[in-house]
Design a protein around this ligand. Structure first.
Ligand code: FAD
Ligand code: SF4
Length: 512
């Protein structure tokens, strides 16, 4: 006899291809829920909330159209208890459920909540894989067992071989595994940037719902023109657009920054991927197929560079998360304590690199990797901002921010708060890097060439002050030796001037 089952689908578990959906049974009910609990653990960007609600609603409709039984709990449903476990208790009771099933959450918080809940209820429970990732939760831990350094490149090469991606027999196509050094070009001002693909959806109803329910959000939205892909078809369309319009130049300008555009040659598929509407292997195979069909269409550096982000970094970060949680969320290796300046929430700063990166984050819930790492992240690290505050900001503001990929990138890669688990050295730079890679400095009221004095770019003195302040912790790092020897060659007078300039800036972060 079949049991009456309730199957939970979380907002980031919208995997159309999941084996759950191969069977159809009147005894199985799927549930999706819009809940206060998920809207308040951080303050989210309004576009992020809208994207999740739209995606969940369409997914629920899709399942119904396939003949499945679906309960969709709207945010303003009077029976909605706004808590995952309270809602589950209500639904289990009301529907005389005999077995509760769920897919393993990607967030530690939800994983704990659901395993505790499962132990507390009297009916049978079972958890399932999400069938999305290319690795199991603990594969990375096993791969690096006994190793001191968790080098991403080693993991990535193993993944290339395992999935036979960009391989030529037992070696990499083109005889090189990694083309990273070809992916760091400054973009000429004359470069034509492809237009940003928009799905032009009207989302007024959800915006009104959030207002009526007094949900606190950040950022801005155009309710008549919602641009993000929120269905599987749209996710695939976005990927096609990337291949057509962006891929050939993705590699060269992957690290470039300009005020002329906000996503440049990037794919903007992270929401579709992280909500599992599309899956990593189909994205990777699509891009590899482009290369196999016509190796001249896009440089191998673009193809390999893009595939590395998904097959390498994305899976690697997930493995780092499960290897190190929950301790990871408390790590603060450099003991940073400063509050995040309030202009992170408004973009009102005279530093052009920061105002542009923050403004576009508020406008679009998006910044590309180098803006996240070398502009906002770099500044927060140099200024000694508490990683808890940095995490909250990143977790809220980006459309793709889910803790497993947000915290490893922010606390780990960007803030070096994990003491070197993800990055072998802190990602910090002076204005030199920004001037080399962006068009920001020429439009800024600060002078990128000046270290001290009026209008000196804050990044310059803050950079040296950061190194000086953390000498004890960073001085022994092999990869930092050279930069410390450059600092040591300065006269005491010059060092003092730099440190005084930095001290002034650090005391006045709000006014920068
Ligand atoms: C401080 C900081 C915070 C970040 N927070 C998030 C986050 O919350 N969610 C998130 O998905 N990514 C995060 N990233 C990684 C990366 O910036 C985004 O994945 C990327 O900008 C998304 O835009 P895109 O789809 O246009 O990416 P593209 O540049 O087109 O890259 C393609 C895909 O590769 C994957 N990818 C690229 N870099 C990474 C990376 N470092 N880690 C994991 N996957 C990667 C993403 O799935 C992305 O969609 C963060 C990076 C930094 C430095
Ligand atoms: S001068 Fe300094 S603050 Fe201004 S854009 Fe360049 S790096 Fe940023």
């Amino acid at each position: 006899m079949t049991m009456k089952k309730l199957r939970l689908i979380l907002g980031d578990q919208l995997n159309h291809k999941h084996s759950w959906y191969q069977e159809k049974s009147k005894e199985t009910t799927y549930v999706l829920m819009e809940m206060g609990q998920e809207l308040t653990y951080t303050t989210h960007h309004i576009q992020k909330v809208v994207a999740f609600f739209l995606a969940m609603r369409s997914f629920g409709e899709h399942l119904k159209s396939q003949g499945h039984q679906v309960i969709y709990v709207n945010l303003d449903d009077s029976r909605n208890k706004q808590s995952l476990t309270d809602n589950l208790k209500w639904l289990i009771k009301e529907n005389n459920i005999e077995k509760f099933e769920y897919q393993l959450p990607d967030e530690y918080r939800l994983d704990q909540q659901l395993s505790t809940f499962s132990e507390s209820i009297e009916i049978e429970t079972e958890s399932f894989d999400t069938e999305h990732f290319l690795t199991e939760r603990h594969d990375l831990k096993d791969f690096f067992e006994g190793k001191k350094m968790l080098i991403m490149e080693n993991f990535y090469r193993m993944m290339r071989k395992k999935y036979d991606i960009l391989m030529d027999g037992s070696g990499p196509v083109g005889d090189k595994w990694n083309y990273d050094h070809e992916n760091r070009k400054k973009m000429p001002t004359s470069t034509t940037i492809p237009s940003v693909k928009s799905f032009q959806k009207s989302v007024q109803e959800i915006v009104d719902l959030l207002n009526d329910q007094n949900i606190k959000t950040i950022g801005r939205i155009d309710p008549k023109n919602f641009i993000w892909p929120t269905t599987r078809d749209e996710g695939l369309e976005q990927l096609d657009y990337f291949v057509e319009a962006c891929l050939p130049q993705f590699g060269a300008y992957q690290d470039a920054m300009t005020t002329k555009g906000w996503s440049l040659f990037h794919s903007r598929i992270s929401f579709a991927l992280n909500s599992k509407l599309i899956d990593p292997l189909e994205v990777i195979e699509k891009v590899e197929e482009v290369y196999r069909k016509d190796s001249e269409y896009a440089p191998l550096s673009a193809i390999e560079g893009f595939i590395r982000q998904i097959l390498g970094w994305r899976e690697y970060m997930r493995g780092i998360y499960w290897r190190n949680m929950p301790e990871y969320a408390k790590k603060n290796f450099l003991e940073h304590k400063t509050k995040l300046p309030s202009w992170f929430w408004t973009g009102e700063t005279d530093m052009k690199c920061l105002s542009h990166s923050i403004e576009q984050s508020l406008d679009h819930a998006y910044a590309h990797h180098i803006q996240r790492l070398m502009v906002t992240g770099n500044f927060a690290l140099l200024a000694g901002i508490n990683p808890d505050e940095v995490d909250q900001w990143y977790l809220g503001i980006y459309i793709d921010a889910i803790e497993w990929v947000e915290i490893t990138n922010t606390r780990g890669m960007s803030q070096f708060a994990d003491g070197g688990i993800v990055a072998t050295k802190p990602y910090v730079s002076s204005a030199n890097y920004m001037h080399k890679m962006s068009h920001y400095c020429s439009q800024c009221s600060y002078d990128h060439k000046k270290k001290v004095g009026e209008n000196a770019c804050p990044f310059n003195s803050l950079y040296w002050e950061f190194l000086d302040r953390h000498r004890e912790k960073l001085g022994k790092n092999q990869r930092m030796r050279m930069i410390y020897s450059v600092w040591d060659k300065n006269s005491d007078e010059s060092k003092n001037q730099t440190l005084e300039q930095a001290a002034k800036y650090l005391e006045n972060l709000e006014q920068l």
